[in-house]
Every structure is written in structure tokens, then in C-alpha cells.
Design a protein around this ligand. Structure first.
Ligand code: F6P
Length: 322
């Protein structure tokens, strides 16, 4: 293999740039040519190709976002789109691809590999941490820390006003961010899609806290929760009694900013591991880190198997918040 391509796709995540730096520099170290592909699969179809050198990834290890930009491509979801993408890659002399992103990125990467025999290695880059085959995804730690800082700030005002706050965090259909933030922030309740809790139960938990003398509370809500978002739940709780409550949606603030130490190291390790995998002739796999070891997982397992929800931490947080 003489030339590899690299792209970032789906929602950006802090640490993607650190990962790009590792991919490019490790590939150059092995004498490979590296082509950066702009805007994920969108740019691949538009042939947004640029040769990367050592300097292309200088001074980016600390930056959020992705210098290659990212995108979500409906065209690439269709077989004709993937056929065009395989031709574009081959015509540019690219023989292997590193795709950094989440499950949508991996579904596309797997199809490209299976349908066109094009070697692709995935690297998990998403704040959601909803990918099987790695303990953490690149960006998760930073997103959790950003949300945690926001929760600490909200606690100051919640305490001062004796208020109840519903704070909504991202995570798509998974509650990994909510659990981490809620447990580390001492939230009175954590609402996640993995566990069903009715509005009535939420109301009763808050009321019993009030009876025990709690004057303020913070409830972390995962955006994918069954009972709706923070605004819906706050509205429902308000209509059930005299509790004064507010809702805050942290939204995209969780996706920006400098990556943490943990995300930079994870990105560095996995970027280098992706290049090593391609050089060893691997394809159709994702590199991840499990128990501090780099592992390779077949791409379909990364979305087909469910990453276990940490029920023990959830219970611990619940008991300690009572
Ligand atoms: O997958 C990352 C993520 O930030 C999710 O947590 C969220 O549901 C989604 O992307 C938001 O997507 P968009 O940036 O397209 O609004």
C-alpha cells in the first residue's frame, strides 16, 4: 500500500484533529502518501482531495472541530453513491481509507468495503460514546467535562433560588453522556433512554426530596429519553404541582472546544493504530481501546452489538443522591 486517504464524517467531536495528526504523521513515518478528504463522504463524492504533509497537521492537536470539515451524505447511503466513491478513490490512487466518525460513518465504510472490496479502517469519533468495541469514543470525555462545568454553574443558581433544573445533554439514543455527567455532577436524578421512568415517578422522587428538606435539585435528561426533552418534562412537572422549575438545553456547546488530555491520547493511539491496521492488510474493522489495549472489531459489530449501560454506576448515583 502506497497511498491512504483519511476523512472525518458525521458530527464533529473534540479530538478528531489530534486523530488526523496521528494518522497523517504515522503514515508519513511509514513512507506512505496521505490524501485528506474534505467534508466526509460528501467531499469524497465531490473529489475534495488534498495531499497532506507534516505541516498540514501542525498546531492542531489542541483544536476542537475537524480541519478536514465533516458532512452527512444521503447520496453515499445509496449503492450508486458508494460505487462512485470507490471509483473516485481508485482514480486518485488511494488504496486504503481511514474513516473517523460514529455508527453512520461505519455503516458507510462497511458497505464500501463489502461492495467494492475497498479497505477501510474505522476510528470511533463521536461525543455519544454509543459505539461497541471501545470503552470510550474520541470526544466523549471532552463533552462530559463541558457538560459537567455547565451543571456545576447551574447548581450555583439552583441553590440560590431554591429551584429545580432539568438539564438536557446530547447522546442521540444513548444515555452515556447523561450517566457520566449526572454521576459526576451529583444530579438528583438521571433520565436515560436505557431505563424507563414515568413522569409520575419523576414527580414523586422530587416531592420526596422536598419532604426530606431538599431545596434545589438538578435532573440530567438525555436528549433521547422516552419522556421527551428537558422542556417537555419541565412543562409536565410544572403542571402537576407548585414546583418552580427551569429547563436548560446544553446542545452543541458539548461538541466544541479543546479536547481533554484523555481525548488527545485516545485520538493519538487510535489514529496510529488505524494506519498500522491498514499496513497489516486489515479491512472492514474499527480500532478501539478496551481495558487499555487496542482492539480491532468488525465494523458491523460496532453498531449491531449494544455497548452495555453501566447499571452499577447508575444505581450508585441514585443511592447517593437520595
Ligand atoms: O452524534 C453526535 C450528536 O451531537 C448527537 O449527540 C446529537 O443528537 C446529534 O449529533 C446532533 O446532530 P446535528 O449536529 O446534526 O444537529
Amino acid at each position: 500500500m502506497k497511498t491512504i486517504g483519511v476523512l472525518t464524517s458525521g458530527g464533529d467531536a473534540p479530538g478528531m484533529n489530534a486523530c488526523l495528526r496521528a494518522v497523517v504523521r504515522m503514515a508519513l513515518h511509514h513512507g506512505l502518501r496521505v490524501v485528506g478528504i474534505g467534508r466526509g463522504y460528501v467531499g469524497l463524492l465531490n473529489r475534495e482531495f488534498v495531499d497532506m504533509n507534516h505541516a498540514s497537521v501542525s498546531n492542531i492537536i489542541h483544536l476542537g472541530g475537524t480541519i478536514l470539515k465533516t458532512g452527512r451524505s444521503p447520496e453515499f447511503c445509496r449503492p450508486e453513491g458508494r460505487a462512485a466513491a470507490a471509483s473516485a478513490l481508485r482514480e486518485a490512487g488511494i488504496e486504503g481509507l481511514v474513516a473517523i466518525g460514529g455508527d453512520g460513518t461505519f455503516r458507510g465504510a462497511d458497505a464500501l468495503w463489502r461492495e467494492h472490496d475497498f479497505p477501510v479502517i474505522g476510528v470511533p469519533g463521536t461525543i455519544d460514546n454509543d459505539v461497541y468495541g471501545t470503552d470510550a469514543t474520541i470526544g466523549f470525555d471532552t463533552a462530559v467535562n463541558i457538560a459537567l462545568e455547565a451543571i456545576d454553574r447551574i447548581r450555583d443558581t439552583a441553590t440560590s433560588h431554591d429551584r429545580l433544573f432539568f438539564v438536557e445533554v446530547m447522546g442521540r439514543q444513548a444515555g452515556f453522556i447523561a450517566l457520566a455527567v449526572g454521576a459526576a455532577g451529583g444530579a438528583e436524578m438521571i433520565l436515560v433512554p436505557e431505563l424507563e421512568v414515568s413522569i409520575q415517578e419523576i414527580y414523586e422522587t422530587i416531592e420526596s426530596g422536598v419532604e426530606r428538606g431538599k431545596t434545589s435539585s438538578i435532573i440530567v435528561v438525555a436528549e433521547g429519553d422516552e419522556e421527551g426533552g428537558a422542556l417537555d418534562i419541565a412543562h409536565a412537572i410544572r403542571s402537576m404541582g407548585s414546583l418552580e422549575c427551569r429547563a436548560t438545553i446544553l446542545g452543541h456547546t458539548q461538541r466544541g472546544g479543546h479536547p481533554t488530555y484523555r481525548d488527545r491520547i485516545l485520538a493519538t493511539e487510535l489514529g496510529a493504530a488505524a494506519v498500522a491496521a491498514l499496513l497489516e492488510g486489515e479491512a472492514g474493522k474499527m480500532v478501539g481501546e478496551v481495558d487499555n489495549e487496542v482492539v480491532r472489531t468488525p465494523l458491523p459489530e460496532t453498531w449491531g452489538k449494544r455497548k452495555p449501560f453501566d447499571q452499577r454506576l447508575y444505581e450508585l448515583a441514585r443511592v447517593l443522591a437520595a
